[in-house]
Design a protein around this ligand. Structure first.
Ligand code: NDP
Length: 324
């Protein structure tokens, strides 16, 4: 029988348990997928910890790639042997899984399974952020937090390739160098430097039209202080914990700011949106705008170790779980 990682009770990484699972035949609209690589994402921590509650037991993981093994009734356009990837449907930490066919993206020959598993969620998120949420233009100056992380390294490269000036906040000198090597023009080591003061300094007091904040609780209010009047705060994650509740008047006090809290799944909800976003990402890789850095590999059975590394900020770039 195939194995998967199950969570029976929300909690720490120790709740991730390697078990045999029954997969079964695909139902209408589903395929059975044999996975070759699985993406690790911060949302997996939110699921495991109970921040985003799930019915238990459940199999975490929202990103992967592999080969279609079996096709259920009413599935069009896919056949056994096709290479596919996905970002979305939970249940990814598994050697084999069932998945809705309409959430799968066929992988082009020049995109490997590992690349797909390492970038589909994080890369389509960047596509959402810089094309839909804030259509980025050459000459824009932006701030991205966690600039050496999975989303961060893709964002630095892609935004720089589009002609933006990228300011990136990171926790260490090593991460600052890595971000710089991926297109971040001004890395700020926020553990040593006040990132608001640095943004004011780097922009000659003008501050920024947009900030991309995935850290959440620890940075939210100070990120607002980096914005120009009528600037856009994009709060798209909460690695340090959820943002504390606040009164909308705060946005007026800080300069008539706009706030959005986007989630990728609302931006790739239709088949057309999903295909457009995936193709935009594949094209960015193909044209050399984005190189996907797999910073770490863990065996799927060692998912708990991968979670510990991610939560203790010991990962850089993307992380994949390998299927042995
Ligand atoms: P990362 O690789 O970016 O890892 C998280 C990083 O956040 C860490 O490396 C660390 O970087 C930073 N961080 C700051 N504070 C903490 C803390 N208290 N604990 C742990 N890490 C902290 O993860 P991902 O690329 O997978 O995701 C990045 C963010 O984007 C997450 O917040 C995620 O939820 C969000 N996201 C949102 C999506 C959406 O649809 N809205 C989709 C995909 C991702 P450093 O050491 O430099 O501080």
């Amino acid at each position: 029988m195939p194995h998967a990682i199950l969570v029976r009770q929300a909690g720490g990484p120790e709740q991730l348990s390697w078990e045999e699972v029954e997969v079964g035949d695909p139902g209408p609209g589903q395929v059975r997928l044999r996975q070759t690589a699985i993406g690790l994402n911060f949302i997996d921590v939110y699921h495991r910890s109970g921040l985003y509650p799930q019915p238990s037991p459940f199999i975490p993981g929202v990103e992967g790639a592999g080969v279609v093994e079996q096709v259920g009734p009413d599935v069009e356009g896919l056949k056994p042997g096709d290479r596919v990837g996905y970002a979305g449907p939970i249940g990814g930490y598994a050697e084999e899984r069932l998945i809705a066919a309409d959430r799968l993206v066929k992988l082009p020959d020049d995109i490997s399974d590992e690349q797909a598993a390492a970038m589909l969620l994080q890369g389509m998120t960047v596509d959402m952020l810089i094309r839909s949420v804030w259509p980025l233009h050459a000459g824009d100056t932006i701030l991205i937090h966690a600039a050496a992380g999975g989303v961060g390294l893709i964002m630095c490269q892609w935004a720089a390739a589009l002609g933006a000036t990228v300011i990136g906040a990171v926790s260490s000198d090593e991460k600052a160098e890595l971000a710089r090597a991926h297109g971040c023009h001004h890395p700020i080591v926020y553990s040593k430097q006040d990132f608001v003061a640095e943004v004011v300094h780097l922009t000659d007091g003008k501050k920024l039209p947009v900030v991309f904040d995935s850290v959440g609780r620890d940075t939210f209010v100070r990120s607002l202080d980096c914005l120009q009047k009528r600037g856009l705060m994009v709060s798209f994650g909460q690695a340090s914990g959820p943002v504390e509740p606040f009164a909308p008047g705060l946005l007026a006090q800080k300069g008539s700011l706009y706030l959005t809290r986007p989630t990728l799944f609302d931006y790739v909800a239709t088949r057309e949106e999903l295909d457009r976003s995936a193709e935009s990402l594949f094209d960015a890789v193909r044209t050399g705008k984005v190189k996907v850095d797999i910073g770490q590999r863990f065996s799927l059975s060692e998912a708990a170790e991968a979670h510990r590394a991610l939560e203790s900020r010991n990962t850089v770039g993307s992380t994949i779980l390998t299927v042995d």
